[in-house]
Design a protein. Sequence first.
Lengths: 438, 253
Amino acid sequence: MKPSVRQLPEVATPFASVAEALNVDQMPWLTELRQQALKQFNSQGLPSKKVEDWKYTSLWGFGQQTFNHDALVHAVTAEQVEQAALLENSYRVVIVDGQFSSALSQLDNIEDGLTLSSLSTGAAQVQQHLGQQVDIAKAGLTALNTMLMKDGIVITVAADTVINKPIELLVINSGATDDLAVHLRNVLVIKQNSKATFIEHYIGLSDQVAMTNVVTEVVLDEAAELEHYKLQQESDNAFHIATLAAKQAAKSNWHTNNISLGAQFARNDIHSRLEGEQSHTTMDGLYLVNKQQHVDNHTRIDHLVPNTTSNELYKGVLDDESHAVFNGKVMVHKDAQKTDSNQKNQNLLLSRGCEIDTKPEMEIYADDVICGHGSTVGQIDQDQLFYLRARGLDEVTARSLLTYAFAVDVLERIPSPEIKAALADVIEQRLPRGGAAA
Amino acid sequence: MLEIKNLHASIDGKEILRGINLTVNAGEVHAIMGPNGAGKSTLSNVLAGRDGYEITQGEVIYKNEDLLALAAEERAQRGLFLAFQYPVEIPGVSNVYLLKAALNAVREYQGLDELDAMDFLTLVRSKLELVQMDEKFLNRGVNEGFSGGEKKRNEILQMALLEPSLAILDETDSGLDIDALRIVSDGVNALRSPDRSIVMITHYQRLLDYIVPDFVHVLSDGRIVKSGDKELAKELEKSGYSWVNEESAGLPA
C-alpha cells in the first residue's frame, strides 16, 4: 500500500535545514543517497494511521515534538558505561548521544577476521550493502534515518571465522541535551561459514525526551550465523524507532531476540528475507510494558526459495494503561516449497486498562508447506496464584513469579548461556518484586 | 490447635457449609469423610484461604488467632498446609525454586535466616527419599507433566520440607494406585508427631487403612453429622453414606 501523504509534520521542519549538511561525509555516493532520502521524506512524510502497517500506532505525539539534532557535550563516565552494559566481557562499542566514543569503548585484542568501526569511518567498507536491505520509498522513518544518519556500527566478519566474544553496541542517551534526536545506521556483513554474536542495547540515563531512530542492515552469506539481540531500555519519555532487516543466503541462520522494556513509544520493524535454501530465521521477542507505554512490533519473514524454515515467538506482558501491537507476517512465495514456518504471539494482561492488538498473518502461495500460527491473550491463572499463596508466597511475589514464568520461554530459546543469564536478570529487575522471582 | 465453631460458608449465594463444629488438638489425626457434594472441598478451601467463599457465620481459631482474618499466605507462614486434591501445574517455575521460596517464607515468619544453597539441598534430598522421588523432579516445572501419583508425592514432599503444624490433606488418595498410595501414606505417617495435627478429607475408607486416624467425622450436607473412632469408617464402608443420611434426617436444619 502506498503510504498516505499528509502535510509535513512539525518534526520535519528542523530537518529541512539539514539538507545543506547532507554532504557531511564528503562521499558522493552517500550524499546522493541522502538526497534521495530527503526527496522521499518530503514527498511521503510520516505514515498516518490510515496506512495499514500503522493502524494501531499513532505518530501524532511524535510529530508534535521538535527535536534537537546536535548534542551538547556529553558527560558519561566509564563507571556509568560499566553499569549500563549488559555484558562484562564483550567487544563494546559505545555511542553517547548519537556519537561514537572511542574512549568509552572496549575494542582491545580484536580477533582476526573481525573488523569493527563506527559508521563515520566504516561506511566506505560497506558501500555496496548500505541502504540495500531497506526501502526508503516505502518507509518515511527509514528515509528520515537515511538522510540524517550520523553514526552507528559497521561490522564485517571474514569467511570461515568464528568470533567468540559477543559484540555489544551500547547506545546511551545521557540526557544532557534536551529533546535529542539520534539517527543511527548499523551494517553487519557476515561472510560464508562465519559466526558472530551481536547485541544492540539502547539505554537512557535520565527521563529526558529523546528520539532514537535506528536502522540495522544485516547480510548473511552462505552458512553464516548471527545471534542478534536487541535490548531496549530507554527512558519513559523516549521515542524509539528501529528497523532491522536481513538477507540470508543458503544455510545461513539469523537468530533474533528483541526485548522491549523502555520508552513511551517504541516501534520495531524486523524483516528477514530467506533467499537461499536451508536458511533459517528465529524471530523472538518479549515486551514488558506498563504505565502509558506503547510498543509496536511488526515482523516479516519472506520465504523466497524452497526448503527454508522460520520460527517466531513473541510474548508480551502488559500492565496499567499500556498498549502493545503485534503484527507478524510470514510470506511463503510461489517457489518456496517445503517451507516450515511457525509463528506464535502470546500475551499476558495484568490490568483492565491495557490493550493488545495482535495480528499474526500468513500468506502462502506454495502448496507443499508446513505452516502454523496463532495468538493468545490471557490473565494470571487464579489457581496457580492460590497454589503459590498457599505455599506462603505473598501475592505480589506470586504474581511476579507467574509473570516471569510466562515470559521465561523466550529466554529459554536463547543459545548463549551468558546472554540468557544477563537478560534473565534484566527481566527479573523489571518485575514488581524485582529479583525475588526465579 | 484448630477450633471450628458453627462455621457457615457460601459460594455464589449458595450455602455449602451449614454449621461446622470441630476441634483438633495437637498431635491428633482426624478424618473427615462424606459423599460428593457434602462440602468437603469447600471446608479445606475455606481453611486454606481460597478467595470466592463468603463466611456468613461462625469462626475458626488456629493457634489462638482468628484464622479467617488471615490471607492464604499468612496461614501458610503460620504452619497451615493444604495438600491439594488437584495440584496445579506451573510451567516456568521450577519445583526446587518453589520449595525454596516456600521454606524461606515460613522461616522469615519464624524470624530465621534463609538456608544457604548447600544446606537447603541437603535438606531437600533427605525429604525426597521419604517420598521416593528422584532428584530430577527438582528441576522440572512445578507439577509439569507429573503423573497423578507424582503430583501427590510432590505435595507430601512439600509438606515434609515445610513441617507444618496443621496439615489438611484433601482427597490425597484420589487417583493413586496401590503402590503410590503406600508411598504417600508412609510419608504422611513419618510426619506424625505430638505437635503436628493432620486433617484428612476423603471420600473412601481405603486411605484410613494406611493412615489410621484418631477420630472420624462424617460430613453430610454441610454439617458434621456423626463422629467416632476408626470403627465408624468401617461401618460407613459396609453400609454406605445413605445410612448416615437416614440417621441424620431427623436433625434440625
